[in-house]
Design a protein around this ligand. Structure first.
Ligand SMILES: [Zn+2]
Length: 246
């Protein structure tokens, strides 16, 4: 009886060699990916058959997910915090972790991670290293206008990396196309800023540009919201009350 209850209340996920057992109510509510994957698996079940584990590495976009990162994701549900490994560069870890949450369709976790990224960059006054930026652009499955790309484009507009002007022919080949994509996004954003903020015939001034810096913008610009993860959730959270009621 207990075993059957357990089976009904949980589902299993393989990440590499590691098997995770997750609570359905929690994870299916937050993750669009798991909701669809479990539904698809259940549709193929005959009566009384147990659900096969979902293999995260079968999904092309999650094929590089690390079991250690996934364990931190699971832990996130218990503590509500992202436990940053002490032996890793915080920025590199957080951006990779953000991509995992985002691709699982768990925008609650992704947005919370984004807040940690924004706090980290503000606190330590760091701007993303261009090499890390290229890594992010090269990351498979990240949508062109996803919040993380928006963030690093904004950084480059206001605090450009010296490497940005480095001659193309000194770049490793494998990064060439990725770098062009990135430059294109920076140019497009710059043009849209210049158009949206200026009266006719005026050029974009330094002051206007300064007002659009990452640190002065609303955090929500770098969040992802949909019907399951509405914007009202984060306005509530930022009002100060630490409400954990479900
Ligand atoms: Zn938001």
């Amino acid at each position: 009886m207990i075993d059957r209850m357990k089976r009904k209340g949980t589902f299993d996920v393989y990440v590499g060699d590691e098997l995770f057992t997750l609570e359905r109510t929690l994870f299916l509510r937050q993750s669009t990916f798991f909701r669809e994957a479990v539904k698809k698996a259940e549709d193929h079940l005959s009566k009384g058959e147990a659900l096969e584990p979902i293999d995260l590495h079968d999904e092309s976009y999650a094929s590089t997910a690390k079991p250690e990162d996934f364990a931190i994701y699971v832990e996130f549900f218990k503590s509500g915090d992202v436990a940053i490994p002490t032996d890793e560069n915080t920025w590199v870890f957080l951006t990779r972790f953000w991509a995992l949450c985002y691709q699982l369709g768990d925008f609650t976790a992704a947005n919370r991670t984004m807040d940690a990224i924004l706090d980290e960059t503000k606190e330590k006054n760091i701007t993303p290293d261009l090499n890390d930026v290229i890594e992010i652009y090269a990351f498979r499955g990240l949508h062109i206008d996803c919040p993380l790309k928006r963030l690093i484009v904004d950084f480059q507009i206001h605090e450009p990396d010296d490497l940005l002007t480095e001659p193309f022919n000194e770049r490793p080949d494998r990064h060439y196309e990725v770098f062009i994509d990135f430059l294109q996004d920076v140019a497009l954003e710059f043009r849209s800023l210049a158009r949206s903020n200026q009266p006719r015939g005026r050029f974009l001034g330094d002051d206007d540009l300064f007002k659009q810096r990452v640190s002065t913008r609303d955090k929500c610009r770098y969040h992802e919201h949909d019907d399951d993860h509405p914007e009202s959730d984060c306005t509530e959270r930022s009002s100060g009350e630490d409400s954990e009621e479900a």
